[in-house]
Design a protein around this ligand. Structure first.
Ligand code: SF4
Length: 940
């Protein structure tokens, strides 16, 4: 029996009590499950690592058998302060991914046409030399924009930036604009941080505009804290048109018309102002109310009391009645929400991720109006309130971080979207198709854009063109629809097979997790020799950090390009850095308190991290806006007329400092000098001058933008409905659950949720096939008639509809085999010709597959719909639903990519291109990966 105190990061509430203590992790004896019912003892090493199956980065503990060093089980790491020993189903299912007989074990090179399924094995050396020589040529020829790294599942904060900055390549691309750009803009405009960090466990009220206890983002760490808060009496409010698992636990479930959420939240804000259920002291101290008055009411007396009166009057039109009309929700329910928020006071935790902010034109205003409630109630950074993510997160950079470059890649950061958060990656195939540029080396990193992104056939058109993409390198642990069309498929490890660090805002604390290859650690413990992680992984599976070290070295073997120096050991000058040395340096120099904690156990910092897999840096972390500034921060800083402390600099040859124009803090009216926020004013910006500077004065304040699928836009009499394609099943991952048999056994049907009344009106019953028609095509799915969704809306989860063209480059656990044809120019058809079913493999379970539903690849039938402000893909679709034709088959998809292009152009026309009136391509304070030097921000 383990005493909780033995586990670092343990909290009395929620801790595990039946677990071997870390002191026994090197030698743990358990019965061999495979020998059951005989009781055969086996000795294991329990080695920590970090889950890779969503962004939460929960701690895992791998059971490595000492006799043959196989990984037999993966479970929660009780030492992890975020996940506290618990995992969702996807964590333990890691074992399936390791043992998957379908996984990629060797580097592969295309041996026929792209997508032909013809592959040959290639050595790592040959692959590295070819890719390195291409990148070197692009750098030497100054074609740097032809190199792009496109990340799906994020890796280690700061690591990709390291090699891209060293190469001088502005080539970081992400999946963010199909995921969370909308919410990020809403939060960034308030405080400069792009995500919230709710302190759910201590809240009095929890308001979620996202399903499944936050939709996979911090899913398990948040879920357990939400349930703790409920047990302590907190109210849970879920705003979601669909009855999610979370909504089923809610005290109040509000099912609005999609896209009306900001109207509801503004009605609540108006109520708070009307009743003065606000924290006036907080608002006075931290909101830029003086700017609000100056810009909107220049003739008003500049006092806080006048400001409050004006603000109340400005938001008075957002009545419960107005919100009820927009949302089709009874006024009484909105009033109930308002009262719950008012009662919560400073203990209101709230989150919006995906869902409304990711679905709608102007969805970013949903996040902005949600945080408005935190600001008004003073529940910002408080116990039980909502902090910005940056307070609860540590980015542990490596040594000698390369300086910013001077490039600005308009394939990624186009002029049309100066406020985008982040890269406009979903538009890449359109940009390539219309000749804005080309790529010579395109890395897709654990990313499957043909399947995950909207408009997949346009991606396929671009990725099959050698002219547009010279060489596509897929870094992936599993086959995917996109890897099928690559030139190289390079196998990268799962969570127990790779190094990286992580830190996420799971609660009001800060921790750094260490993902590590557990067999490599076992090799070390047993004194076995190895050269790099490949020697300890299955087949020739590698890890990315060592891959990037090696690739960078080969790009610049003699150091003449100035790249190699960033990959030389800090301990052995001139020698190639090892991954041990890299993390040794990071843990010795970048993690506050870690050296001391390690020393207390007579360990080096690296040994400590190898032992526990995580270190807690801070707990009970609140009100970091009030943090006093250090002497170093203050050195040379002078306040401007609004108290913003800046370090005057004309230096255009460095990246912008954290705050705009080098601001480091703010002097408040009472004379205190504190860190504040990351906005230009270092305050919370109720009025955003940035929006004015970049051409959107009408959205300078939190407001309501009618969605492209607002109720008044939908012609219900003509059979139109709104399709929600954004919700997730908590047991599935986008692509990698395809290789986890336990997960496929848990979730293997893909129904379209439709309200029972709508089904009756359309003459449909559960199980009927329907044709769902979008702006660019249609798909064929199966109806589930239910009360668990609001009328007028249908929903289809975004995890199924997986397919393969060939048996040798797709996962047969989950994919159906398809035929893709092109009956006419631009018109593509996908049809399943073989459902998932039993297959022969080294795993006898592959003959026991009982499921045969591949699902429907709905995303193919969606055109890109970039929000003109945040750049977020507006996922919600205006569709018609009709009975399927006799010629239709389940899973059919047909798309016209010429129509897809027309829709792209239609949405592109909504944008207002930069630069801003300040001459910048984009505001310096907005987050931007691989931040270039300041002069690159200047439009000239
Ligand atoms: S929530 Fe589940 S999938 Fe995500 S990191 Fe935790 S255990 Fe893994």
């Amino acid at each position: 029996m383990t005493e909780p105190a033995e586990l670092p990061g343990h909290r009395e509430r929620g801790g595990l009590r039946s677990f071997p203590p870390p002191s026994e992790w090197d030698s743990f004896v358990a019965y061999d499950a495979k020998a059951h019912p005989r009781k055969v003892k086996r000795e294991f090493m329990l080695i920590p690592t970090t889950c890779f199956n969503c962004e939460s980065a929960c701690g895992l503990l791998a059971h490595v058998a000492k006799d043959d060093l196989t990984v037999t089980k993966v479970e929660g790491n009780p030492a992890h302060p975020g996940s506290r020993g618990r995992n969702c189903a996807k964590g333990p299912a890691t074992i399936n991914q390791l043992d998957d007989p379908e996984r990629i074990l060797h580097p592969m090179r295309r041996a026929g046409a792209r997508g032909s399924g013809q592959w040959e094995r290639v050595s790592w050396d040959d692959a590295l030399d070819d890719i390195a020589s291409r990148i070197r040529a692009a750098i030497v020829d100054d074609r740097r924009d032809e190199v792009m790294y496109h990340v799906g599942r994020p890796g280690e904060d700061g690591f990709a930036e390291r090699f891209l900055l060293a190469w001088g390549v502005d080539g970081h691309n992400s999946h963010t604009n199909i995921c969370s750009s909308g919410a990020r803009l809403g939060y960034s405009l308030w405080g400069g941080y792009d995500r919230p960090s709710p302190d759910h466990a201590n809240a009095k009220a929890i308001v979620l505009l996202s399903s499944h206890l936050e939709t996979g983002h911090y899913f398990n760490p948040h879920a357990q804290r939400i349930m703790e808060a409920k047990q302590s009496g907190a109210k849970l409010v879920v705003v979601d048109p669909r009855m999610s698992n979370t909504a089923s636990h809610a005290d109040l479930w509000i099912a609005p018309w999609p896209g009306s959420e900001a109207a509801i939240l503004l009605a609540v804000a108006s109520y708070l102002l009307r009743t003065r259920a606000i924290d006036a002291d907080y608002v006075r101290r931290w909101v830029n109310w003086d700017v609000y008055l100056e810009r909107l009411h220049p003739d008003a007396e500049p006092t806080f009391e006048v400001f409050l009166d004006r603000l109340e009057a400005d938001y008075a039109p957002y009545t419960f009645d107005f919100a009820a009309h927009e949302s089709r929700v009874p006024e009484a329910k909105i009033a109930e929400l308002a009262e719950i928020v008012a009662q919560a006071g400073t203990a209101l935790s709230a989150h919006v991720w995906r869902s409304a902010a990711a679905g709608n034109l102007g969805g970013w205003q949903v996040a902005r109006t949600l945080f408005f409630l935190n600001v008004l109630t003073g529940s910002v950074g408080t116990r039980g309130g909502t902090s910005p993510n940056g307070w609860d997160k540590l980015i542990a950079h490596g040594f000698d971080v390369p300086a910013g470059h001077e490039s600005w890649n308009e394939l990624i950061w186009p002029a049309e979207y100066p406020l985008s958060t982040n890269e406009m990656s979903m538009l890449l195939p359109h940009f390539l198709n219309e000749g804005r540029g080309r790529l010579d080396v395109y890395f897709s990193r654990v990313y499957n854009p043909i399947w995950t992104n909207p408009d997949g056939f346009t991606w396929m058109e671009a990725l099959t063109s050698i002219d547009r993409v010279g060489c596509h390198v897929a870094l992936t642990p599993t086959w995917s629809e996109t890897a099928t069309f690559a030139d190289y498929v390079l196998p990268m490890g799962h969570s127990t097979e790779r190094h990286d660090t992580h830190s996420y805002e799971t609660h009001a604390g800060r921790w750094l997790g260490f993902r590590q290859p557990v067999r490599r650690v076992a090799f070390e413990k047993l004194g076995r020799e190895f050269t790099d992680t490949r020697d300890t992984n299955p087949g020739e599976v590698w890890e990315e950090n060592e891959f990037w070290f090696e690739l960078s070295w080969r790009i610049d073997p003699d150091g003449s390009l100035g790249i190699r120096r960033y990959f030389e050991s800090p301990y052995r000058p001139g020698e190639k850095v090892t991954v041990d040395e890299y993390y040794r340096w990071v843990f010795e120099n970048r993690v506050p308190g870690l050296p001391e904690k390690a020393a207390a156990e007579v360990l080096t910092p690296l040994q400590y991290m190898r032992k526990y897999g995580v270190v807690q840096i801070a707990d009970e972390l609140y009100r970091q806006d009030e943090r006093g500034l250090s002497e170093t921060e203050l050195e040379g800083a002078v306040p401007d007329d609004r108290g913003v402390l800046r370090k005057p600099t004309d230096d255009e040859s460095t990246p912008p400092l954290v705050g705009e124009a080098g601001s480091v803090g703010v002097r408040l009216d009472d004379g205190s000098v504190v860190a504040g926020w990351l906005t230009p004013s270092r305050k919370l910006e109720l009025y955003s001058d940035t929006m004015v500077t970049y051409g959107w004065p009408e959205h300078a304040t939190p407001g309501y933008i009618r969605s492209h699928v607002a109720a008044d836009e939908i012609d219900e009499s003509a059979g139109e409905m709104v399709l929600i394609p954004t919700f997730r099943l908590p047991t599935l991952i986008h692509t990698r659950s395809g290789n986890a048999k336990y997960l496929n056994e848990l979730g293997n049907t893909h129904p379209v949720w439709m309200h029972a009344d709508d089904a009756v009106a359309k003459g449909l019953r559960t199980g009927d096939l329907v044709r769902i028609t979008t702006a660019i095509g249609h798909f064929v799915a199966r109806i589930w008639a239910t009360q668990a969704i609001r009328p007028g809306v249908i929903a289809l989860s975004h995890h199924m509809g997986r397919w393969r063209l060939h048996d040798n480059d797709g996962s047969r656990w989950v994919t159906g085999k398809v035929d893709i044809s092109q009956p006419r120019d631009h018109v593509w058809r996908l049809r399943y010709v073989e459902p998932p079913g039993p297959f022969d493999s080294a795993d006898p379970d592959s003959r026991r597959i009982t499921w045969d539903d591949p699902g429907v690849h709905q995303n193919l039938a969606f055109a890109v719909q970039p929000d003109p402000w945040s750049g977020m893909h507006c996922w919600l679709q205006r569709v018609t639903v009709t009975a399927a034709l006799s010629s239709d088959q389940y899973g059919d998809v047909e798309v016209d990519t010429a129509k897809a292009r027309a829709v792209y152009l239609e949405w592109l026309a909504k944008a207002r291109p930069g630069p801003g009136s300040d001459g910048n391509r984009r505001p310096e304070f907005l987050m931007r990966p691989v931040k270039p030097k300041r002069k690159a921000f200047r439009a000239e």
